[in-house]
Design a protein around this ligand. Sequence first.
Ligand code: OAD
Ligand code: ZN
Length: 273
Amino acid sequence: MSLDEKLRKVLEKARDSSGLIVFLTGAGVSAESGIPTFRGEEGYWTQGSQVYRPEELARWSTLASDPELVWPWYLYRRSICRGADPNPAHKALACIEDALEDRFALITQNVDGLHLRAGNTLQRTWQIHGNIDYMRCSRACNPQLFAMPDIRGVGPGSSFDHAWKAQLSCPMCGSWARPHVLWFDESYDEENYRYHSSRQAAFDACLLIVAGTSGATNLPNMVAEICLSRGTPIIDINPQDNPFTSMARRSEGGWLQAPATEGLKWIEDALSG
Ligand code: OAD
Ligand code: ZN
């Protein structure tokens, strides 16, 4: 299988214009690196019903009341991310940024940092749900991000080890640190999650390419809706039908039914051809 003629023309038109090409990625892009998605069969949110209750753990209010419950789950998830490597989908996106430079923007919901490790730049990669490699003060006494300590051997269901406490505290005020991720009881902002930049990119885009996301969160949907309302073509790369598929079909673009590793490689070839 490969790109059909219609999608190839859409890509070539965008390539030959001077417009911004915006990519929007989700957990499906890292699935082939071995990181579980959220809502798939092995997903964090699906399995959560047996092992965890992620919708309760991933909350500021839970950290405030029971940090020793929240932290082991994040240390476990981070160890999975650190053990994974960028896959060909991440690498294709890094090559596309190299080629497009300021005509490239990447909005990612992934907190695993794999886009950056593959070579995408922080300047053009907006981690709208944060990055699990970092933490910050839970009381926001300062805006700085601190590297997450390298605590190993934390598995699903591990309990809190008091020896970790000092490493998981804000170095400025001594309060608990928190993972640098967006939680269910929080809202997007510009400072931490690039809310305005992402919306602006949607207004500026001449093409939106969505890959590996199920469309369950607010800002990604808004980005696609803005593009759709402005007549911007949308291409959705996903093996499964999802809400972005129908938006892509309603636009001048369409559905590229493929895993991200294949689909993004074809996109890279078409944009550099
Ligand atoms: P989901 O788990 O909801 O969706 C993953 C998507 O990836 C599905 O549509 C799958 O069909 C697709 N997929 C699976 N394997 C793929 C592959 N190899 N190539 C391409 N696509 C593949 O994950 P997200 O949409 O990323 O937010 O979830 C969005 C947000 O919901 C997460 O960032 C998280 C969660 O609540 C926060 O934690 C704030
Ligand atoms: Zn502090």
